[in-house]
Design a protein around this ligand. Structure first.
Ligand SMILES: *Cc1c(COP(=O)(O)O)cnc(C)c1O
Length: 307
């Protein structure tokens, strides 16, 4: 038994994007937590729970908190979530409705995490969860590749959004498990949340002064050291897209598949339109439809007509 579910793989026809390729879509937006985050956080919570832990603390921009709160509710444990001011009222409510305690601290995930660390220091029996920098999380996220491989799908690159790099580390681990380490990962960020691309250009981990993208789920000011190191050891291609392109991709995805996803996910889809040349060597990309609860019809429409 796992807390996450197996999600379907949809196929988009070649005319869906400017890449002119058939695209496999791993529909993790259908997780009960609305995003892939439950794969890793669910595994981590289950393991800790089996070891006797009954209280958890997790800082999050929204989706990790929602997944952690869901995991705690399913397990019958207590969960404290710390979000930054930038987390929407809707996401905050959704987390509270799952029975988690919610604190708001600071302007970015990094501030919220510092607060969560402080809470954890004051509660020696609680487990402090990290939303992207934890090997158990990567092990859990890797199951998305297990599922795609088990269903017999062929793919020759994986496109995903990068925040702190936990999803990327999990996909890398999943590829390794199946002898697919040679398959390139296309690591997409929005301008203003491009901590991985900047780090690759600088040759070491860079910390953004602030997150200026609407794709808040990609908004870790710095990626995990492990995520950066992966870029020095395996084929990882960093790409940037604009917020506008990410929102456009969300709208088109909603029309085509009748599913709402966050700009963090739209960014991965947008890469196929904005950088079609990058995909010339490939025949069958797999896109992680990471999902996200930080989206609604209203928000998507406002983002479209906004600046
Ligand atoms: C967390 C998240 C990401 C980024 O994942 P990282 O592990 O932080 O790189 C992308 N999209 C969505 C919807 C997320 O919830």
């Amino acid at each position: 038994m796992t807390l996450h579910i197996e999600t379907p793989v949809f196929v988009a026809d070649p005319d869906y994007s400017r890449s002119a390729l058939p695209i496999l879509l791993k529909m993790d937006a259908f997780q009960p937590s609305g995003s892939f985050k439950l794969r890793g956080l669910g595994l981590r919570c289950e393991r800790d729970f089996a070891a006797g832990i009954r209280r958890f603390i997790c800082a999050s921009g929204g989706n990790a908190g929602f997944a952690a709160a869901y995991a705690a509710r399913e397990l019958g444990a207590s969960m404290s979530i710390v979000v930054p001011e930038s987390t929407s009222p809707e996401a905050r409510d959704a987390i509270r409705r799952l029975g988690a305690r919610l604190d708001v601290a600071g302007n970015s995930f990094d501030d919220a995490h510092a607060h969560a660390r402080m809470l954890a220091r004051g509660d020696g029996d609680a487990s402090l969860l990290h939303p992207f920098d934890d090997p158990v999380l990567w092990e859990g996220h890797a199951t998305l590749i297990d599922e795609v491989v088990a269903r017999g799908h062929d793919f020759d690159c994986v496109i995903l959004g990068v925040g702190g790099g936990g999803l990327m580390a999990g996909v890398a681990e999943g590829l390794d498990r199946h002898g697919l380490a040679h398959i390139p990962i296309i690591a997409v960020e929005t301008f203003g949340a491009d901590s991985l691309a900047l780090s690759i250009e600088a040759g070491h981990v860079q910390t953004l002064p602030a997150i200026t993208s609407i794709a808040t789920s990609l908004g870790a000011r710095a990626v995990a050291e492990h995520a950066f190191e992966l870029t020095t050891k395996r084929p990882i291609i960093p790409l940037r897209v604009t917020d506008r392109d990410a929102v456009k991709a969300c709208l088109r995805f909603a029309d085509a598949f009748r599913v709402l996803v966050e700009p963090a996910c739209g960014a991965a889809l947008a890469a196929l339109d904005v950088h079609p040349d990058i995909f010339r060597p490939f025949k069958r990309p797999l896109v992680e439809i990471c999902g996200g609860i930080g989206v609604s019809l209203d928000r998507l429409t406002n983002w479209r007509i906004g600046p």
